[in-house]
Write a protein that binds this ligand. Structure first.
Ligand SMILES: *[C@@H]1O[C@H](CO)[C@@H](O)[C@H](O)[C@H]1NC(C)=O
Ligand SMILES: *[C@@H]1O[C@H](CO)[C@@H](O)[C@H](O)[C@H]1NC(C)=O
Ligand SMILES: *[C@@H]1O[C@H](CO)[C@@H](O)[C@H](O)[C@H]1NC(C)=O
Ligand SMILES: *[C@@H]1O[C@H](CO)[C@@H](O)[C@H](O)[C@H]1NC(C)=O
Ligand SMILES: *[C@@H]1O[C@H](CO)[C@@H](O)[C@H](O)[C@H]1NC(C)=O
Length: 354
């Protein structure tokens, strides 16, 4: 097979959102829309529809999610830092919230610097690393926290974010800075992502590009970024980036504040964040069993701990001596490239049961 001869220089980019209504869930496999009237429909993204209809068609696939509890609180309350950590720390450290607080000590200067973030593992394996995030005030590691003392990754966007917020005019939408100067704030983050991707296209690299500005506070705002986001993805496609890199496109939780909150489905929307994965075509030929498992898992109950394990799995594919560490918050959680049991429970996925 032609593809077998390619030596892969591993690359992984994560584009993440603080909450979003774009909740895709194997969305291409169902075209049936469910009956909700137009008044409600205008608020709902097409992807959400498809997902709901899929689940409603196969209720037995839907493993007691109604009992699972994904913790979050109002973003405008003082608790927000912790709420974000509840979902992000499992993904980036494998720790649950309380362990993350004990080990990473978000409230202490230098606390986060001691924390075993996944990018450190990539760095140790000689990857170039990057972290970028908009909205410095509420950003993941700085809200109600002194943040990092040392620069956490090879490329770190925060000083740039602070500088543009200070020198350019800001326009708020729904309580968050949406424009900085004459651009959408997220564009600066995506620009840095694109530059990072192009600069290291032929070297091992790992980057996280996280945005808060358009996806969190209001249900109508994410759609305003659709064409811009597409433009960046097209740009990456044009330079052949997706031929050679794995890209995660995800959010930490679903949409929390929207007029559909009162519908029963809103419960699901809150708890089923977006998660798309792009994988190079040749990887399907060299690792068909991994792709098969991933596709199967699309219909299984999974959690951020699994993503943590998946990233380590990717590290190990090219570095056989790399030691995968179990997620402390969910020791039974596993790579999404390995089949997740169909009857997995919330607790087995590391999701608290309310
Ligand atoms: C559509 O749903 C809204 C909100 O639940 C309700 O107020 C309205 O009466 C419904 N309209 C129709 C035509 O069923
Ligand atoms: C889901 O929970 C209900 C109520 O606790 C229980 O009866 C049912 O067996 C559970 N289903 C699965 C698939 O675990
Ligand atoms: C910011 O806005 C003010 C008031 O509209 C304007 O006078 C100023 O020139 C703007 N600054 C920049 C850097 O665009
Ligand atoms: C967090 O994980 C630790 C093990 O690392 C466990 O002892 C603790 O009970 C967990 N906390 C919660 C709230 O689940
Ligand atoms: C899931 O299925 C496996 C194999 O059939 C079984 O051993 C296990 O006990 C089941 N787990 C639960 C939680 O039902």
């Amino acid at each position: 097979m032609f593809y077998k001869n390619i030596k892969w220089m591993p690359k992984l980019l994560i584009f993440g959102f603080l909450g979003t209504i774009h909740s895709g869930y194997c969305f291409e496999t169902s075209t049936e829309y469910h009956a909700i009237n137009d008044t409600q429909a205008e608020f709902v993204n097409e992807f959400v529809w498809k997902r709901y209809s899929k689940e409603n068609d196969n209720p037995e696939n839907f493993i007691n999610t109604s009992q699972c509890h994904i913790p979050y609180v109002d973003p405008l309350s003082p608790e927000v830092g912790l709420a974000t950590l509840a979902n992000i720390m499992p993904l980036l450290t494998g720790h649950n919230e309380s362990t993350a607080e004990n080990i990473c000590k978000p409230n202490q200067v230098g606390g986060y610097d001691q924390c075993n973030f996944i990018w450190k593992k990539f760095h140790t394996q000689h990857y170039k690393t990057a972290y970028a995030e908009d909205n410095t005030f509420i950003s993941t590691f700085n809200y109600a926290s002194p943040g990092f003392k040392e620069q956490p990754t090879d490329y770190y966007f925060r000083p740039m974010a602070l500088a543009i917020e200070k020198t350019l005019n800001q326009t708020l939408r729904h309580g968050l800075t949406y424009c900085v100067g004459n651009r959408q704030y997220a564009e600066y983050v995506y620009d840095s992502g694109l530059r990072f991707a192009k600069r290291f296209q032929y070297q091992a690299h790992f980057g996280i590009f996280w945005t808060n500005s358009f996806s969190h506070n209001h249900y109508s705002l994410p759609a305003t970024m659709d064409s811009t986001t597409l433009k960046y993805l097209r740009d990456m496609e044009r330079v052949g980036y997706f031929d050679n890199a794995i890209v995660f496109f995800l959010s930490d939780h679903g949409k929390l504040f929207h007029p559909l909150d009162k519908l029963p489905e809103a419960f699901l929307e809150d708890r089923l964040p977006t998660f798309f994965i792009s994988i190079p075509k040749w990887f399907h030929y060299t690792h068909p069993e991994l792709i098969k498992n991933l596709e199967t898992n699309c219909q299984r109950l999974t959690s951020p701990y699994d993503i943590y394990m998946t990233m380590q799995h990717l590290l190990k594919i090219n570095q056989p001596y790399f030691d995968i560490e179990a997620a402390t918050g969910c020791t039974r959680c596993q790579s999404l490239f390995e089949e997740v049991p169909e009857n997995r429970t919330c607790l087995e996925a590391g999701i608290p049961v309310s």
